[in-house]
Design a protein around this ligand. Structure first.
Ligand code: XIL
Length: 316
């Protein structure tokens, strides 16, 4: 069959997936599919701060390097994930006592070291991930508490300085639909742009539940106002989870849901990438994180293509 990335290329978008390092090393099928079907890879964990800087000033590069090398040898782009997040902050950092100046220094060093190392090789960075609560307020994260609200603009400015060619995005979940959270994302990005902060796009994670998609009209109205700010649009972490056990009906509904999301987003020329949070149900974060749910991706546990695969193939 013709790989999905081929069709994505014809539509002039990147078609991506998150990648786990274990199966990438150990499973030849996983490796082959990752290399063949996608044009962009996002490390699921290998570029998070706890993975990259396990001790102060000591960086662990093996996994991230391997991912970047793999992508380059398959003519793929890399989506760096993520520079600033409230989760997977290293223990040494989270449990320490720091002044605001020390935290600014640590964050700056981290961003310069990581973005600088992959300058020109990571084309898209999630600079800040999940900075807002569902009610639109600022999440009182480690960074927000220690630095204050300006950690966000600082992170973007430093990332841009470290690699002026990289596309820098703000990434979040539950921000697709119109509502208080997406309003807050919109206002934050509007203000950052107005202040000349180098933010180039917005990422929608889209960890959704089958049959419970955001309303297409509202989703598109939201995409429109963000695109009108001059921002690129990216679907960054799509999976469509199903209550287990999956049935023929839920699998076919899931296929429709994948197609619906793709078509809604693809209506915008500003859509630059469309990524899944993994591709095989053998390796998915869903069953670990959402009790009773699973089967969120497009190949099943036995690595057979699901109806959602055919739906995406058609939509692409
Ligand atoms: C998840 C990974 O897939 C898991 O392996 C890890 O245990 C927790 O994080 N939003 C994000 C991703 O931005 O970083 C998360 O990835 C999924 C939710």
């Amino acid at each position: 069959a013709i790989p999905l990335r081929h069709w994505a290329q014809r539509r002039d978008i990147q078609f991506g997936t998150a990648i786990d390092m274990e199966p990438l090393r150990r499973e030849s099928d996983y490796r082959a599919r990752a290399g063949m079907e996608f044009s962009m890879l996002t490390p699921a964990n290998a570029m998070k701060m706890d993975a990259l800087q396990p001790a102060r000033g000591e960086f662990y590069w093996s996994d991230a390097d391997e991912l970047v090398n793999f992508a380059e040898s398959h003519a793929q782009r890399v989506h760096g994930h993520t520079l600033v997040w409230h989760r997977q902050v290293p223990k040494w950092l989270e449990t320490g006592t720091w002044s605001r100046d020390e935290l600014l220094h640590l964050l700056r060093e981290h961003i310069f070291t990581v973005v600088g190392r992959y300058r020109g090789r990571v084309q898209l960075w999630d600079v800040v991930n999940e900075a807002l609560n569902d009610d639109g307020s600022r999440r009182p994260s480690f960074w927000q508490r220690g630095i204050g609200p300006d950690y966000i603009e600082k992170a973007f400015r430093w990332a841009h300085e470290a690699d002026p060619t990289a596309i820098l995005i703000y990434n979040d979940y539950n921000a697709e639909d119109l509502g208080v959270k997406s309003n807050a994302v919109y206002e934050m990005l509007r203000d950052l742009k107005a202040q000349g902060v180098p933010v180039h796009g917005v990422g929608f994670q889209m960890h959704v539940t089958v049959r419970q998609l955001p309303n297409v009209k509202d989703f598109q109205a939201n995409l429109k106002r963000l695109a009108d700010l001059g921002l690129e649009l990216h679907v960054t972490e799509l999976d469509v989870r199903i209550p287990l056990p999956a049935t023929p009906e839920s699998l076919s509904q899931q296929a429709k849901d994948y197609q619906k999301i793709f078509d809604a987003a693809m209506a915008f020329p500003q859509l630059r990438s469309f990524s899944l949070w993994g591709f095989t149900d053998r390796h998915s974060w869903i069953p670990h994180e959402f009790k009773g749910y699973g089967a969120g991706l497009i190949w099943d546990e036995h690595d057979q293509p699901k109806p959602a695969f055919s739906a995406l193939q058609e939509a692409l």
